[in-house]
Design a protein around this ligand. Sequence first.
Ligand code: NAP
Length: 253
Amino acid sequence: MILDLFKLDGKVAVVTGANTGLGQGMSVALAQAGARVVGVARRSCADTQARIEEFGGSFTEVICDISQMESIPKILNGALEAYGRVDILVNNAGVIIRNDAIDYTEEDWDKVVTLNEKIVYFLSQAFAKQYIAQGDGGKIISVASMLSYQGGIRVPSYAASKSAVMGMTKAMANEWAKYGINVNAIAPGYMATNNTAQLRGDADRSEAILDRIPAQRWGTPEDMMGAVVYLASAASEYVNGFTLAVDGGWLAR
Ligand code: NAP
């Protein structure tokens, strides 16, 4: 039956940036669908763990700074030691640094592009190798952005890195679909999390953004739950290289 295809019982999901915001919402969703979840962040994921254990779900954390390449084997081995296999990777951790394009520094550029683009690629590559070794496919879901489609204002490195997420999602899907690996992305619209605190604190920008959202509200971590479970499940087996917008209609304007 169709709803059975959405179940993730027995699956192991790794979510980067799992202690707050969209990563926390997606971790809870995957656990509610039956997956055992490995959360990754620099700080504790205790709050996410409590929310998952509340309904009898299983969660473990790997604490590390994923902007370092050394974090990649640490994350994969942490998940394999905890649960013996991996099935779902959610590349969610990301950073945004705002400054006028004319003043943007190399240091800030590198920080954003390393975490949002380079690590997304190499973590996905490490998981794809593991999926191929396991022999029964797997899922890779990266978090893109409205700035995968648009340039934004005062966020040149973020726009560059999120455009890269959409591009590399297609590139990886093309080469790995034959192994039963689905590579897709979710492009959230304007969501109320730490990432947008500065924007929401600016009355003029905040009003201009809200005025343009057909749903007339900022998104929430809960709005990501259906999309991530769908892309993590057998229900999306023939969906490859696609970026799904969860944006309250922003792109439709
Ligand atoms: P957030 O509340 O700022 O959460 C970011 C998460 O990433 C945190 O869990 C953070 O945990 C983790 N993280 C950051 N740097 C890290 C590092 N070096 N190593 C390990 N973990 C790190 O942001 P969010 O809004 O939930 O964003 C999640 C994703 O959605 C990001 O990729 C963001 O670009 C994207 N996105 C957000 C929006 C939005 O409107 N909010 C829209 C489009 C796309 P620690 O600080 O403990 O490491």
